[in-house]
Each structure stands twice: as C-alpha cells, then as structure tokens.
Design a protein around this ligand. Structure first.
Ligand code: G16
Length: 541
C-alpha cells in the first residue's frame, strides 16, 4: 500500500447527482483520487465490504475505474464487482448493489451530458440500498474533500475489464460481471414478457434510440432478443466514448430523429429513448409526445396491469417541479402522493419505508421500488406491458387518461450556460420579491401564493431548504424557477410552466399556446431577459 500526499481541491461539492465536471478537470493530478478517497473515508461499510463499480462507458471511464480498483484494494474492501468493459447502466448498478449485498457503489457518469476529452465526466456514490447517497452523506464527503491530506492505493497493473472472471489486486477480489444479465432477469420478473411477445407477434412495432450510450446492449438483449422486436429496432445501439458526438439526452432536440420517425408517415406504434447512463426515458407514441410528468401519471394509473404491481401501489412520489398529474391519480387510487425536492436521492427513504412504489420527475426519470434509481428501460417496458394488455395506441391511452383526470399542460424552458453572477442575481432578486407577489397580476394571471420550496423528509426528518421558487396562480397554474444542480458550464436556469385544464375543458390543445400567458408572465416576474440578455430558452422539453 502506498499513501500519496495531496491537498484539498476546491469545488468538489456533489450537486443534484454526484460530482460532475469537465474531463479535463477530472484528469488533473489527484482530482478523481481525492474524491474517491474521501468517499472511502466517509461512508459506512462493514469489514470486508463489497463495492460495485460501473459507468456509462464515456471517455475517462476506464482510467478512473482502474484507479478506483487500486484504491479500493488499499482501503480495506474485500471485493469489487465491476461491469464488463466498465459498463453498468445506473439502474443496473443499483440492482447489482442490492442483489449482491454490496455496501455501496461508484457510478461513473455525467448522465445526459456529452462525453469526450473536452466534455463531461462524473462520479456518484450510491449507498447500500442501491440509491444515491443522501445529502447528509454528500455533505460529509464534501467536508472531507476540504481536509484531505493523502489518498491510498496499491501498486498494481490495470486489470482486464473486458473478460468476465475474477482477479486478485492485492488482497482485493475483483469480479468482472456480465453487465446485462442480472438486470434483464429482474425485468423479466417485473413484467409480463409473454403478453408483450404476443403483442409483438401480433404486429406491435417500436423504435428505440439508445443514443450510442449505455442502454444499447440492454435494449438489444431485452427488446430484440427476449421480446422479439425486429432486429434494428434498437438504433445507435453501440455505446461510444463520445456518444457519437451527440448529447445523450432523450428530448426533442437531441433525439430529434426519433421524433421525426414518430411523427412521420411510417411511424411505428411506440418510440422511446434513454440517456447516457440509462436512467432517463423518452416516450413518444405515433404522432404524440408524452411528457415525463404525464408518463408518470399514466404509468401509475395503469401499473396494476403489470405483474409486479398487480397488488396495487403504496404511494406515488414526484419531485416538486414535476406536474401534479400524478397527484390526481394518487387521489383516485386512494393512496398518498409525495412532493420531494429535485434529485432521485430524495425518493430513497420513501421507497425503503414502503411508503411509495412509483416515483417520477419532469426531467425524464421514472422508476419504482425494484431498484433505488430511476430506470429508463423499466419505464419503456411498463409502457409496453400496458400497450400489450390494453391493446390501444399511446394516443388513445393518453386521451382516455385526460378525459378522466384532466390535463396538466406542461413545459420546461432551460437557459443554459448563463454567467453564474447573472443567474444568482436573478434568483436573489426573485427571492426577495416573493412576499410581494401574491395579489399581483401578470398576463391576466393573478398570483395566489409564492414561496421558496422546503422539504422535511417524512421518514428521517431531514430538512432541505431553498429547493426552487414557486409562483402559484389562482386557478391552479404554476411557474417554478430553479438553478440546475447538474450543469458543468456556468449556470442553467430552469423555468417550469404548468396549466391545469379540468375534465370537460380543452384537452386537445397545443401546449405552447396553452402556456403562452405563463411564458410571458415568467419573464415579467423574474426579469429573465433583463438579467441574462436571453430572449429565448436554449432547450424546451
Ligand atoms: C439528475 C437527478 C434528477 C434530477 C436531474 C436534473 O438526473 O438524478 O433527480 O431531476 O438530475 O437535475 P437538475 O435540474 O438539478 O439539473 P440525471 O439523469 O442527470 O442523473
């Protein structure tokens, strides 16, 4: 074992989902090592613990994995499980942690952010329940990064990451495991694969865009091999270190080819995509985009059609900026609805306590208590299971849903790569004005309430303040303002817009038209153009 002297490096504070920085930052001497050592110093683990390591295959993945293995060997771990080729999707890593009783895992990903030598990398620590470390742990990790004086490793060569098998690194046993097998077996347990296979044999078609990211091998195995969709159903199925030069972000901008297919004349019945690390999903029917908030609500309303959820749901949880569509489903089912801050880590306690079964976020994440991460392919398979049983199109299912529950028109406007000072000034000014907003009218909308969202975890009592600024209007429309916690360049302002149209109202409207007054109001309330100089968002999802 060797101890390498080091010094604290500024800025190693985990954000919404771990530490995300440019590769060039991560590749600096001691940068990744300092962070990994602080994780090993801080987290709870028994003697002879098992650690899971896997990543989304992006550039720098293998370098950090090899170093993390040498460091795990020097830090008292007994066993490391690593995905073949260094690959594990984020939900698959969560499953491996749970299935093999690991004390935790290092998930190497910057999710939907682009990859390559000039792009992004990330490290996230997941705890023994398989989920992202809660804020108490990430805060302790951060504090430790400010004090670190050395990191430890054993002197050892790189291991062969590409061949399944076992290697010794010092006293550490390293097992290279099949990245897909355990996850695919879990999906077969949750869903009615026979019903989906029968629907495929009966003509159900789909297109899945893996975006040259981690889900390619998972989607090929499950969709093409096990469910019988035609070869070629999975597009861009080979994971590439730079995702083919694209953003592996499943939205209308970065998955536009899928949108063109699904809105074209020869559209298949169902379209889906997943992101860099496989935890996000995009759902598109023939000629219809299903917003993530609506998808959560529709999945929850129909989950009983899949074997795993046939007994009903215990509760539904959503992040605060996610639309309230799922709350109406929870009410109809007579089960609790929870509203948490942005970040999958906030769902962990509810899932562990058996208070919620299905969770979701506007940021294209949906999942259940089968793992402790959001799960892109899980959402796709639950949709397929529902389509197979209901024998209806996505559009029919959506229309029936809105006719029963009303419709939450919804969009998110992102203003990316803003100067940090401008974004902070906007938030500070808006925060200061919150108390004076109620009673004022903007574009014909009268503010009923305005606040800064705070959350008290109902399970462990932990408190998280300043989780987004909410402006609620009379009649149920809403605008939420937040700064993203996952960007790596300047600041990203997210503006979440929502209008509820009750049953019997205009349920077939065009979303931009339905939100036009809210969009104007957002600028008047927050001074977006005044602070940032921007007149248009960078991305609308
Ligand atoms: C992460 C988190 C999600 C969050 C999303 C966006 O997702 O796990 O809970 O909703 O970031 O966060 P923000 O609005 O702070 O950028 P992912 O897919 O990037 O890991």
């Amino acid at each position: 074992m060797v101890a390498r002297p080091t010094q604290p490096i500024a800025g190693q504070k985990p954000g919404t989902s771990g530490l995300r920085k440019k590769v060039k930052v991560f590749a600096q001497p001691n940068y990744a090592e300092n962070f990994i050592q602080t994780v090993f110093d801080v987290v709870e683990r028994p003697e002879n613990a098992t650690l899971v390591i896997g990543g989304d295959g992006r550039y720098h993945n293998r370098t950090v994995i090899q170093q993390a293995i040498r460091m795990a060997a020097a830090n008292g771990y007994a066993r490391v499980l690593v995905g073949q080729g260094g690959i594990l999707s984020t939900p698959a890593a969560s499953n491996v942690i749970r299935q093999y009783g690991a004390s935790g895992g290092l998930v190497l990903s910057a999710s939907h952010n682009p990859g390559g030598p000039d792009e992004d990398f990330g490290i996230k620590y997941n705890i023994a329940n398989g989920g992202p470390a809660p804020e108490s742990v990430t805060e302790a990790i951060y504090q430790r990064t400010c004090e670190i004086t050395e990191w430890r490793m054993v002197e050892a060569d790189d291991i062969d990451l590409d061949t399944i098998g076992t290697t010794q690194v010092g006293g550490l046993t390293v097992e290279v495991i099949d990245s897909v097998a355990d996850y695919a077996a879990l999906m077969e347990k949750l869903f009615d694969f026979d019903a989906i296979r029968a629907a495929v044999a009966g003509g159900l078609t789909m297109s899945f865009d893996a975006m040259h990211a981690v889900t390619g091998p998972y989607a090929r195995e499950i969709l093409e091999k096990r469910l019988g969709f035609a070869e070629g159903t999975v597009k861009n199925g080979v994971p590439l270190e730079d995702f083919g030069g694209h953003h592996p972000d499943p939205n209308a901008v970065h998955a536009h080819e899928l949108f063109e297919t699904m809105f074209g004349v020869a559209a298949p019945d169902f379209g889906a995509a997943s992101d860099g690390d496989g935890d996000r999903n995009l759902i598109v029917g023939k000629g219809i985009f299903v917003t993530p908030s609506d998808s959560l609500a529709m999945l929850a309303a129909n989950a009983h059609l899949a074997p795993a959820y046939a007994g009903g749901l215990k509760g539904i949880a959503r992040s605060m900026p996610t639309s309230a569509a799922a709350d109406r489903v929870a009410e109809a089912l007579g089960i609790p609805a929870y509203e948490t801050p942005t970040g999958w880590k906030f769902f962990g306690t509810l899932l562990d306590a058996g208070m919620a079964t299905i969770c979701g976020e506007e940021s294209a994440g949906t999942g259940s208590d089968h793992v402790r991460e959001k799960d892109g392919l899980w959402a796709v398979l639950l949709w397929l299971n529902i389509l197979a049983v209901r024998k209806q199109s996505v559009a029919q299912i959506a229309e029936e849903h809105w006719a029963k529950f009303g419709r939450n028109y919804y969009a998110r406007h992102d203003y990316e790569a803003l100067p940090t000072e401008a974004a902070n000034a906007l938030v500070a000014e808006l925060t200061a004005s919150l108390a004076s907003l109620p009673g004022q009218s903007f574009s014909g909308l009268t503010v009923a309430e305005a606040d800064s969202f705070g959350y008290t975890d109902p399970v462990d009592g932990s408190v998280s303040l300043n989780q987004g600024l909410r402006v609620l209007f009379e009649g149920g429309s809403r605008i939420v303002f937040r700064l993203s916690g996952t960007g790596t360049e300047g600041a990203t302002l997210r503006v979440y817009l929502e209008r509820y149209e009750p049953v019997g109202g205009d349920l077939a409207g065009h979303t931009p038209d339905k939100l036009a007054d809210l969009i104007t109001a957002a600028d008047a309330i927050a001074g977006i153009t005044r602070h940032t100089g921007r007149t248009e968002p960078t991305v609308i999802t």
